[in-house]
Design a protein around this ligand. Structure first.
Ligand code: ZN
Length: 133
């Protein structure tokens, strides 16, 4: 049911500063940045092969990304796996007793998404994504 790693998301204090490593030192290309006010986050997209690294910078202190940053510091936030059919994937996981943060898919930047609880995934927050066609 899983097609590929869509992206790996890294929380940073400041995207501009983080780009000095990811773009300037590692040589990755910055495709674009996007500000999503509803989620209180700014995102930089850096394609790597068939996947992307996404840098997440919180826009305000009351967002979940800001809380993550305050509690754990900068670092990896989640892995996103692309699935063909997110409703089928969620139904399958529910049946297998996996703990879900989103019991049904919600709208994300690139399609419909749902998060699996890290308690069920050995501590790794996993996002499932069905890309909009
Ligand atoms: Zn993501």
């Amino acid at each position: 049911m899983i097609k590929r790693i869509d992206h790996i998301a890294v929380v940073v204090e400041d995207i501009e500063q983080a780009l000095s490593l990811f773009r300037d030192t590692l040589g990755l290309e910055l495709s674009h940045t996007e500000t999503i006010p509803e989620q209180g986050v700014k995102i930089a997209f850096l394609p790597v092969g068939e996947s992307e690294i996404e840098l997440l910078e919180p826009l305000s202190a009351d967002t979940s990304i800001a809380k993550f940053l305050a509690k754990r510091g900068e670092g990896m936030h989640h892995i996103c796996l692309e699935v063909e059919d997110i409703d089928a994937a969620l139904a399958d996981l529910k049946e297998k007793g996996v703990r879900l943060i989103n019991k049904t898919a919600v709208a994300g930047a690139h399609g419909r998404v749902a998060f699996i609880h890290p308690k069920s995934t050995h501590g790794v927050l996993i996002e499932l994504l069905e890309r909009s066609k």
